[in-house]
Design a binder for this molecule. Structure first.
Ligand code: NAD
Length: 348
């Protein structure tokens, strides 16, 4: 099988590629524009494998995409390329509209031409989306099932929702064998150090403030990135074309609970500097900040037998250790690609 992964140098894409190379016989083509968010180091273990290929390409560039499909002849696409940071989408939504909507359209058109032109049987297009398209879930309400109505609240989630609708329409109208997954918040190694968990581990280590938005009561449903990658492989191999699968870790935690758990992990590792929780500072909330996301993953569990391998506690402890062991990587990025200034307040 030849699998084309878009956004393969990103946080989740690189986990998918590491698994595909390590655990399957697939040939993998990583198509990535290499934006500020890309982590080529996360693919060092696959770089010399003869089944691994890299193509630097923007998914909005249709002429280039057609050439890549002709050259690499994919049997399947896993589409992860996106602008992915909500705070950045508030300050600069144009890039999100371009990559997440126009780029998905360009990729769908390329895949359609590739698939129908040669009548490829078995071709699959897996679009990777987020639970944020469903909007904010009231406390006490049941987690989002695949049938939950769309109600995106941020420029990021609105562009992901638009992309989901395009993918669905290309399946219904043109018969492209599409699959859509909507996953909850991921965490784990190689996550860009502007996202919640890396920011907290790094700030705790450096003795700086731990900035918690609002009151910290916002709830997210956490899933380790390796468990997400395993779910995506399963959906690609055994999912029903035209179906959608919600993916989540059954691990709802408020942001403040996650931060306190990180502080406790740091206290255990650096008792001389405890309690790290005294570094917590409550800062201005994100505009339009969704209160709660939670995913009902019953369909993928029942149909495909998927379940996460790690509990949130195990995964978080391992992630804290990973960031402590990879300071060279995140220090370089923080010095060059994500200066500490607060983002996402442009709407205020
Ligand atoms: P990321 O920001 O870490 O990586 C995105 C990758 O896409 C980068 O390597 C970047 O260079 C590439 N890219 C961006 N624009 C591109 C373009 N125009 N052409 C080609 N490549 C481009 O993102 P991530 O956290 O790995 O998320 C991957 C996908 O999973 C996204 O579609 C996101 O919406 C979705 N998702 C993420 C989460 C999460 O918690 N991180 C949860 C659910 C779904």
């Amino acid at each position: 099988m030849r699998v084309l992964v878009t956004g393969g140098a990103g946080f989740i894409g690189s986990a998918v590629i590491r698994q595909l190379i390590r655990d399957t016989a697939a040939v993998v083509v990583n198509l990535d524009k290499i934006t500020y968010a890309a982590n080529p180091q996360a693919l060092e273990e696959t770089a010399t494998n003869p089944r691994y290929h890299e193509v630097r390409c923007d998914i909005c560039d249709r002429a280039r995409l057609a050439g890549v499909f002709e050259e690499h002849r994919p049997d399947a696409v896993i589409h992860l390329a996106a602008e992915s940071h909500v705070d950045r989408s508030i300050d600069g939504p144009a890039e999100f509209v371009q990559t997440n909507i126009v780029g998905t359209f360009a990729l769908l058109e390329t895949a359609r031409a590739w698939q129908t032109g040669r009548r490829r049987s078995g071709f699959r297009f897996l679009h990777v989306s987020t639970d944020e398209v469903f909007g904010s879930l009231a406390p006490g309400r049941s987690p989002f099932a695949e049938t939950a109505p769309y109600a995106p609240n941020s420029p990021y989630s609105a562009t992901k929702a638009a992309a989901d609708h395009l993918v669905r329409a290309w399946g219904e109208t043109y018969g492209l064998p599409v699959l859509i997954t909507n996953c909850s918040n991921n965490y784990g190694p190689w996550q860009f150090p502007e996202k919640l968990i890396p920011v907290m581990v790094i700030s705790a280590l450096e003795g700086g403030p731990l900035p918690v938005y609002g009151t910290g009561e916002n709830i997210r449903d956490w899933l380790h990135v390796e468990d997400h990658a395993a779910a995506l492989r399963l959906v690609l191999e055994r999912g029903r074309p035209g179906a959608r699968y919600n993916i989540g870790g059954d691990a709802e935690r408020s942001n403040i609970a996650v931060v306190r758990e990180i502080c406790a992990a740091m206290d255990a590792r650096f008792p001389g500097r405890s309690p790290h929780a005294r570094q917590i500072r409550f800062v201005a909330d994100r505009p339009g900040h969704d209160l709660r996301y939670a995913i009902d993953a019953a369909t993928i569990r029942r149909e495909l037998g998927w379940r996460p391998e790690r509990s949130f506690e195990e995964g978080l402890a391992a992630t804290v250790d990973w960031y402590l062991a990879h300071a060279d990587w995140w220090r370089t990025i923080r010095a060059t690609r994500c200066p500490g200034a607060r983002r996402g307040l442009a709407a205020v």
